[in-house]
Design a protein around this ligand. Structure first.
Ligand SMILES: Nc1nc2c(c(=O)[nH]1)N[C@H]1C(S)=C(S)[C@@H](COP(=O)(O)O)O[C@H]1N2
Ligand SMILES: [Mo]
Length: 173
C-alpha cells in the first residue's frame, strides 16, 4: 500500500500536468512520458518525472528542440542530415549541470563526454536521419552525433568514440 507521502507527491505531479507546466521548468516536475521512453537522464538535473530521473519519449525530446545539420560520417557513404535535440538545449531544459556526461547505449557501451563538448560543436542527440526515425538496427533510436565535416578535429577517433549510437541513458555529473 502506498504511503500517504507518495500519494501526496503523485498528486503534486498530477497538478503539474493539469497546469501544463513547461518542460523547461527548472525545479518542477516534468510531464510524464505518454509514449515509449527512449532516453533516461539522471545525475545533476533539477527537472524530473521519476525518482531522480527524467524519462523522456520522442515527443518530449522534439518539444525541447529540433535542430539539424548535414554532414558526412564514418558510417555513411553519402552526406546525411541528422535531426534531433542539441545537447545544450537538453541540459537547459532539465536544469542540468556538472562537468561531464556519461552516455550509455542499449548494448551497455558507454563514453564520457566533457560537458563543454556536450554543450558545443552543435552536438545532437539525433532521432532522425534524412527525415526518418532511426531503427535499433540502424544505430537508433537515438544517436549522439557531431557535425564531423565542420572542423577537422571532429573527424577523429576521439569524437567517433563519443558518437554513442543506440543511446539509452545520460548521467550528468
Ligand atoms: N552503442 C555503441 N556506440 C558506439 C560504439 C559501440 O560499441 N556501441 N563504439 C564507438 C566507437 S569507439 C567508435 S569508433 C564508433 C564505431 O562505430 P562502428 O562500430 O559502427 O564502426 O562508434 C562509437 N559508438
Ligand atoms: Mo573507436
Amino acid at each position: 500500500m502506498p504511503s500517504r507521502r507518495s500519494i501526496l507527491s503523485a498528486g503534486l505531479v498530477t497538478c503539474g500536468l493539469a497546469a501544463g507546466l513547461p518542460l523547461s521548468g527548472v525545479g518542477h516536475a516534468l510531464e510524464a512520458p505518454k509514449g515509449a521512453v527512449i532516453l533516461s537522464v539522471t545525475g545533476a538535473i533539477t527537472a524530473t518525472n521519476a525518482e531522480r530521473a527524467a524519462r523522456l519519449d520522442l515527443a518530449q525530446l522534439d518539444a525541447i528542440d529540433r535542430s539539424s545539420f548535414t554532414t558526412g560520417t564514418p558510417w555513411h557513404d553519402r552526406k546525411v542530415t541528422f535531426e534531433g535535440v542539441r545537447g545544450a538545449a537538453l541540459v537547459r531544459a532539465l536544469g542540468g549541470g556538472g562537468r561531464e556526461v556519461i552516455a550509455t547505449a542499449l548494448n551497455d557501451y558507454s563514453a564520457t563526454l566533457p560537458m563543454e563538448d556536450f554543450l558545443r560543436h552543435g552536438l545532437l542527440i539525433a532521432s532522425r536521419v534524412d527525415g526518418r526515425t532511426i531503427g535499433v538496427r540502424e544505430k537508433g533510436p537515438l544517436w549522439i552525433v557531431y557535425p564531423y565535416d565542420s572542423a577537422p578535429h571532429l573527424n577523429t577517433g576521439v569524437y567517433h568514440s563519443r558518437s554513442v549510437w543506440q543511446l539509452a541513458r545520460l548521467e550528468l555529473r
